[in-house]
Design a protein around this ligand. Structure first.
Ligand SMILES: [Zn+2]
Length: 331
């Protein structure tokens, strides 16, 4: 009959033996998968990566991780003893495979060994291809909860982005979507792009705004056609035919001039800080003949635009409400 201590020692010895074997098997698996990858095994067998992975008794994720790790090992053989010694893991090697270069491989290896995967991820996000280290940025964490169909869309986005070469992280997918959205929808960016297209800088833009406004005013009095170029002619034409539609050129001018922020001034002379739900407000009310010119338009938040309009139209309730809002914001 074995004592408890003898049983324990035997189990420990068994665990050591199995895990040494496991490690040696993993190293062999990496070597074979590396060779398979060099021969582009999956397509050569006419199989998808997923099918091929199953064919050699791995999951797709296991296969992708090991082939990425084997690429890293081929590129930095110094990593092999670290892997064998357990100072870095397969996941570490897979993580760095897309970012590693001749110039940064030493500094990367030095800085990820012995580190958690999370720390390694942070480091690899800061190192440049030249091996320089970017200053650490402040990190904000965002937790997303998605339904299955929404998650499927997210994964589809990953596939689409992966077509560019490497598989993007969640943060990369998210930021690409945000940047695309802002490029397409941010009125401030649209205005800046429009200004850049017309080849004038901010200073020029200001004097140009004045020129356009003067022209528009002059033209309402005189019959002479505008001389300042096609933009103004087009603007006036659109204005005449499109009713409530404010021409893009005018919209852009106002957004740039007011820098995307509500122009309402509180009684203490400070400006409303609102940058959400920003609307174009006619200083001279549109319904009373105010025109769509930059000089007659300003940015207002929904609150100030709506209340101001209602108050101006004689709605006593809104007038009182506006007074109340102002007094609250002052205090
Ligand atoms: Zn406001």
């Amino acid at each position: 009959m074995m004592t408890f201590r003898e049983q324990l020692l035997q189990l420990i010895a068994e665990a050591q033996k199995i895990h040494r074997e496991e490690k040696s098997l993993t190293m062999r698996s990496l070597k074979v998968i590396g060779e398979l990858e060099l021969r582009r095994a999956a397509p050569s067998c006419g199989m998808s990566v997923e099918k091929f992975a199953r064919h050699i008794a791995l999951t797709k994720d296991q296969y992708l991780k090991r082939s990425a790790a084997s690429r890293t090992l081929r590129f930095i053989p110094e990593a092999k003893p670290l892997l064998e010694a357990g100072e870095i893991s397969l996941s570490h090697l897979a993580l760095i495979s897309a970012k590693i270069t001749r110039a940064n491989r030493k500094v990367v290896l030095e800085n990820i060994k012995g580190k958690s995967l999370r720390e390694a991820k942070l480091f690899i996000s800061r190192v440049t291809p030249d091996g320089e280290l970017l200053p650490q940025e402040e990190i904000c964490e965002l937790k997303l909860t998605l339904t299955k169909p929404q998650f499927a869309l997210f994964e589809r986005a990953r596939e689409v982005l992966a077509a560019a070469g490497s598989v993007p992280t969640d943060a990369e997918i998210f930021m690409k979507a945000v940047v695309d959205l802002l490029t397409k929808r941010d009125p401030m960016r649209k205005a800046e792009r429009a200004a850049a297209r017309h080849g004038h800088r901010d200073d020029d833009l200001r004097s140009r705004n004045n020129a356009i406004e003067n022209t528009v005013e002059n033209n309402s009095a005189a019959e002479t056609p505008p001389k300042e170029g096609p933009t103004i002619a087009a603007t006036r034409q659109q204005q005449n035919t499109a009713g409530r539609y404010i021409p893009a050129a005018v919209r852009h001018q106002v957004w740039l001039r007011d820098q995307g922020q509500c122009m309402h001034m509180h009684p203490d002379g400070s400006r409303c800080q609102e940058r959400m739900m920003i609307e174009l407000d006619h200083i001279d009310l549109y319904c009373r003949g105010g025109e769509h010119s930059a000089s007659n338009l300003q940015l207002k938040c929904r609150l100030h635009n709506h209340f101001a309009a209602a108050a101006a139209l004689g709605n006593e309730w809104y007038r009182q409400r506006l007074e109340f809002v102002n007094s609250v914001r002052d205090s």
